[in-house]
Design a protein around this ligand. Structure first.
Ligand SMILES: [Zn+2]
Length: 484
């Protein structure tokens, strides 16, 4: 069996071997244009005469080379004669890094990007802003990084650090990441979270909140009630200037504008928000959020972007049909209805794909066993599911070592399930290929050791309970009660 992850759709062996004799295998590949090969897919043929890769696009060629790289990493300098025919189950295979709660330098991000590209992830969702820090330089609005990028201290769960903490990415650094990703067949999806989780924006521009009072960056995790005032023209002016600047850096098709966890208390008592709501004839604040998201999405569409939002944006039932919705937690069934009506959906179910949760709560086997085509999706709904994303939120992830431990090998399991046809997926087979491939990863990927992948019953519970106990502090409880 060929030791490749994600497992290819079809592998056929023939007679003979290809001896590399010190030659670099990627330089032996002849690229053949073939329109009959599926997008992102490839037909890789290795035989004693050489190597060919038939593809219909650049992504397919990149993926063929990644497969070849893995074959070489376990076959050494004598490659088997083999034909690999392959194409992804889902076109969209993404990972997300939260750089607001904790900041990761571009060199650290590159370690994550490089590793993800080996397993054919093709999107990097870059969560650049949240209540605890603004991370994207916008030269036209220097206040954002001056006032929004350094918090006074940090108090996530049981860990308190009295030192100021911050950082941001310059325009050049963001361009560098875009280019680094492009070289690895990865598109960067920037996210500017709004109208909630926007404390860092309000810290820079207090006039954008409903009461206009100055607030500082948050030092704990949570959901906070000061959000953008959507009845204020200035909000749109600043948001559009930010997006305009970032569209000049991020040249991909997608842009993410958040929309998750938006407490509506402030809007209910704000004259400007109430006045907008009544002038638009909206019934409630959920519809008001939908209207706000639609306005921002329209601005981005004019710039040629496809817009992604978290699933809460469906609550008003008035979301523009062109939006791609990302499901992370949805008890309403709105996301399933959305997809079943033919609208695009990305699956990021928190219970299976959030890498910040401990292995006890989300063991490797659970990530691998999850079918993203969830119950309730009909034929149209399944066809509207463009793929998956596995995020890592970083309230409790302070270092690259911790991040790589949490994400690897769970990212590899998600990658295989996003690529390989359902009927070819088998956990034991996956694990045996995984164990052979792990040693070839970059040494900076400090993946979890095998004994931690699938903790047995009792220790699963212990690990999960202890994670949540350590994750909550008095401030979180106060904020939680305060925001409701
Ligand atoms: Zn308001």
């Amino acid at each position: 069996m060929l030791n490749v992850i994600p497992k290819p759709c079809s592998v056929t062996y023939s007679a003979g071997v290809l001896r590399l004799n010190g030659r670099n295998p990627s330089e032996l590949v002849t690229r053949i244009g073939d329109k009959t090969v599926f997008p992102q897919g490839y037909r890789l043929v290795i035989n004693p005469r050489g190597i060919t890769a038939a593809v219909s696009d650049d992504a397919g060629y990149f993926n063929a080379l990644k497969t070849l790289e893995q074959i070489c990493s376990t076959s050494g300098s004598v490659l088997p004669s083999v034909t690999v025919e392959d194409a992804p189950r889902f076109p969209f295979r993404s990972f997300m890094i939260d750089c607001s709660r904790h900041f990761f330098k571009t060199d650290e991000l590159k370690v994550m990007i490089d590793a993800a590209s080996k397993f054919k992830f093709n999107y990097f969702h870059w969560h650049l802003t949240n209540d605890q820090g603004w991370r994207a330089e916008v030269p036209e609005l220097p206040e954002l990084c001056e006032k929004g990028s350094v918090r006074g201290s940090s108090h996530f769960g049981s860990v308190y650090d009295p030192k100021p903490y911050g950082g941001y990415y310059t325009v050049d650094e963001m361009r560098d990441i875009v280019s680094y990703c492009r070289d690895r067949n990865i598109e960067v999806i920037p996210e500017i979270d709004m109208p909630g989780h926007a404390t860092s924006l309000i810290a820079a521009f207090p006039e954008l909140s409903c009461n206009g009072k100055p607030i500082g960056l948050k030092t704990t995790g949570g959901i906070f009630k000061d959000i953008l005032c959507v009845g204020n023209d200035k909000t749109y002016e600043i948001v559009f200037r930010i997006l305009d600047s970032l569209c000049g850096i991020f040249d991909g098709r997608y842009f993410h504008i958040g929309g998750d966890e938006v407490p509506k208390n402030r809007w209910k008592s704000c004259n400007k928000c109430r006045s907008l709501k009544s002038s638009l004839g909206l019934k409630n604040e959920e519809e008001l959020q939908g209207a706000f998201m639609n306005t921002v999405a329209e601005f981005l569409r004019q710039k040629g972007k496809k817009v992604i939002m978290w699933n809460e944006c469906l609550n008003g039932n008035n979301l523009d049909e062109s939006v791609t919705v990302q499901l992370w937690m949805d008890k309403t069934g709105n996301s399933v209805k959305w997809a079943n009506s033919g609208h695009k959906l990305i699956m990021s179910d928190f219970y299976h794909y959030y890498m910040d949760y401990p292995y006890g709560m989300t063991p490797l086997k659970k990530v691998y066993g999850y079918n993203p085509v969830i119950k309730g999706l009909d034929h149209t709904g399944a066809a509207s599911l463009i793929g998956i994303e596995a995020p890592i939120w970083t309230e409790h992830v302070r270092t690259l070592d911790r991040m790589t431990y949490m994400c690897y090998p769970r990212y590899i399991a998600a990658a295989e399930r996003a690529w390989t046809p359902e009927d070819l997926c088998d956990y034991d087979d996956f694990k045996s290929r995984l164990k052979k491939l792990l040693p070839s990863l970059d040494k900076r990927i400090r993946y979890a050791p095998e004994q931690n992948w699938d903790p047995p019953g009792r220790s699963r519970i212990d690990e999960t309970v202890s994670f949540f106990i350590k994750a909550i502090n008095e401030d979180n409880i106060k904020n939680f009660l305060d925001s409701r």
